[in-house]
Design a protein around this ligand. Structure first.
Ligand SMILES: [Zn+2]
Length: 84
């Protein structure tokens, strides 16, 4: 995994109190920014956004929150916690 991404993921995992291994895969998506597999704990990120560190952090936070709350949906709790 990309070292910069790994560092951000570890920081956000601490912030969100997420345990265990989460993998991040870089993808060549045409328009999608990211996706998450809740079972496999894999976050897939569009390669195009990884140079924008602020966006990257927001996207990783968002996807980690899906893992934390174990939901694919943007529930009221999700939206509340998104506003960090
Ligand atoms: Zn989402």
């Amino acid at each position: 995994m990309n070292e910069k991404i790994n560092k951000i993921v570890e920081e956000l995992k601490k912030e969100l109190e997420i345990e265990g291994i989460i993998k991040v895969h870089l993808k060549n998506y045409k328009s999608k920014i990211a996706s998450v597999s809740l079972d496999k704990k894999i976050i897939r990120i569009n390669k195009k956004i990884i140079d924008d560190e602020i966006l990257l952090k927001e996207v990783l936070y968002h996807e980690l929150l899906h893992i934390k709350l174990n939901t694919k949906w943007h529930t009221p709790e999700f939206i509340k916690k998104c506003d960090h």
